[in-house]
Design a protein around this ligand. Structure first.
Ligand SMILES: Cc1cc2nc3c(=O)[nH]c(=O)nc-3n(C[C@H](O)[C@H](O)[C@H](O)COP(=O)(O)OP(=O)(O)OC[C@H]3O[C@@H](n4cnc5c(N)ncnc54)[C@H](O)[C@@H]3O)c2cc1C
Length: 459
């Protein structure tokens, strides 16, 4: 298939392709009058939190403005990665990967979870030396990460030997299938009594006496004792309407999947600017690792100062774009009332066009480093908008201004793998239990209390 013939995400409503606003609506539970916990957003974070709350017997409603996992949670690379994590995230991630395994045992094939390792490939000694620094963190947690020689890499990756100096490798890392994993969890949850509704935007919080008392959806009010915002790239918009400041910007990342190919490596790897991972359907998911495009918006200027450290660190991989809808982005709707159509109903599924430059970079990278895979046609290309915070780690916290209102957002390009672990953390937080991890790095107040923004290991 030539590049012009490749299916772009959203062009096909076949449920075996990427999820878009043309995909069928599968979750249409009737809205109740009240629930114990209402969750805004049915991505991996919202659904995983519902997973653990349902285990505790709580009544839970998940409202999704578009489709379950329609945004980042289906568009990602599918890496379930402990390697290279921020030190504060690693213990949660180590629990998360075990949780993926448990969920996969309960649900089956649709999760597509398997452990075949993650590899960061190095072309030069200096790159290996950089990777080696992170091994200190791995050692503290008895993680099985280690350095590989070039020969060891060639034993694992059989497409074109003799080109890598070595790699950092974590054999216990894994992958899951983003097209199907979160929707399968959602279906399983419905069987346990969790209510899930697609095409149901939450416009605003219902506030009584200064605390959260429910949510106002486009289909009416639902009372709730607690509310979790797991809105991904939209969280900052939702918070802004309630005057809660959440510095969060978005970057576009482009991805492709190939037709089935021979298995020349069963895990996930990145090197030479190209990322690849074996898929359950026998193809590979490919991305040009190291291109993130930010479309300038009013928030780019608003949060510029906070994002300076990460902009400096990622200058090499960040591209600024104007885009055709610049005026709209410069003049966004900031406030609305609960009886008005909100921005969430106007964009059911954020479905950015894939970047032509990104696709070209992938093809060049494949020809150079993986010539056998380069022969296999792309079956589909798509893009996703990644939500990024100034220190590239998420916010997991209760919002002090509104007791009973929690947020888990800003996973900065690595929230899929850690999703089930975060679900457990957030369920415990909502239940008022003592946290088992140090969550200080993830508090919301770090953006306003003078804390220095120290970016984590990156997107
Ligand atoms: C191209 C790409 C590659 C990536 N690769 C990886 C990877 O390999 N490994 C990894 O760990 N992570 C990866 N990530 C990151 C990961 O996908 C995200 O961090 C994770 O999916 C975030 O989950 P979420 O539930 O917070 O957000 P989302 O999946 O974006 O879900 C948020 C949901 O909330 C809904 N919503 C928002 N506002 C409202 C509202 N007001 N009312 C109702 N619904 C609302 C949205 O429609 C959306 O469906 C990647 C991301 C992208 C885009």
């Amino acid at each position: 298939m030539e590049s012009e013939d490749v299916l772009k995400h959203g062009e096909n409503s076949n449920p075996n392709h990427m999820i878009s606003d043309r995909s069928p609506i599968n979750f249409q539970d009737t809205l109740p009058e009240s629930v114990e916990v209402a969750i805004i957003g049915a991505g991996v974070i919202g659904i995983s939190t519902a997973w653990f709350l349902a285990k505790e017997g709580l009544s839970v409603l998940v409202c999704e403005k578009g489709r379950v996992a329609g945004e980042q949670s289906s568009r990602n690379w599918g890496w379930v990665r402990q390697q290279g994590r921020d030190a504060a995230e690693l213990p949660i991630m180590m629990d998360s990967i075990d949780t993926w395994e448990t969920i996969a045992k309960e649900i089956g094939d649709e999760i597509g979870f398997t452990r075949h390792g993650v590899m960061y490939l190095a072309r030069k000694e200096s790159e290996l030396a950089e990777f080696e620094k992170w091994l200190e963190i791995a050692k503290l947690h008895q993680l099985d990460s280690r350095l590989l020689s070039g020969n060891e890499v060639d034993n694992l990756i059989t497409d074109k030997p003799d080109q890598w100096e070595g790699a950092m490798y974590t054999p216990s890392d894994g992958r899951a299938e983003p097209f199907t994993a979160v929707p399968a969890m959602a279906r399983n949850l419905q069987g346990k009594g969790v209510l899930i509704r697609e095409n149901c935007a939450v416009r605003a919080l219902d506030i009584e006496g200064g605390r959260v008392a429910g949510i106002v959806t486009e289909h009416g009010l639902v009372k709730a004792q607690t509310v979790l915002c797991a809105g991904g790239a939209w969280s900052t918009v939702f918070m802004g309407n309630h005057d809660i400041k959440l510095p969060q910007l978005t970057v576009r990342a482009t991805v492709a999947r190939t037709e089935p190919s021979t298995d020349f490596y069963s895990g996930n790897a990145v090197g030479g600017g190209i990322a690849f991972r074996r898929r359950q359907d026998g193809g590979y998911t490919i991305a040009a690792g190291g291109i993130n495009e930010h479309f300038i918006s009013a928030d780019s200027f608003r949060y510029l100062f906070k994002f300076l450290p990460v902009v400096k660190e990622s200058a090499r991989i960040l591209r600024l774009r104007l885009g055709g809808d610049l005026i709209e982005r410069l003049l966004p709707m900031r406030h609305w009332s609960a009886d008005q159509i909100s921005p969430f109903e106007k964009t059911r599924v954020l479905n950015p066009a894939p970047s032509k430059g990104g696709i070209e970079k992938m093809r060049r990278g494949l020809r150079k480093y993986l010539p056998l895979l380069a022969e296999i046609p792309f079956a589909e290309v798509w893009a996703g908008m990644i939500d990024v915070t100034p220190d590239v780690v998420p916010v997991m916290d209760e919002v002090a201004a509104y007791p009973g209102f929690y947020m888990a957002t800003g996973f900065s390009g690595h929230g899929f793998g850690i999703g089930p672990g975060v679900g457990k953390v957030m369920a415990n937080m909502v239940l008022g239990r003592q946290a088992t991890y140090d969550l200080d790095r993830f508090r919301l107040s770090r953006f306003s209390d003078g804390t220095n923004m120290v970016p984590g290991p990156g997107l």
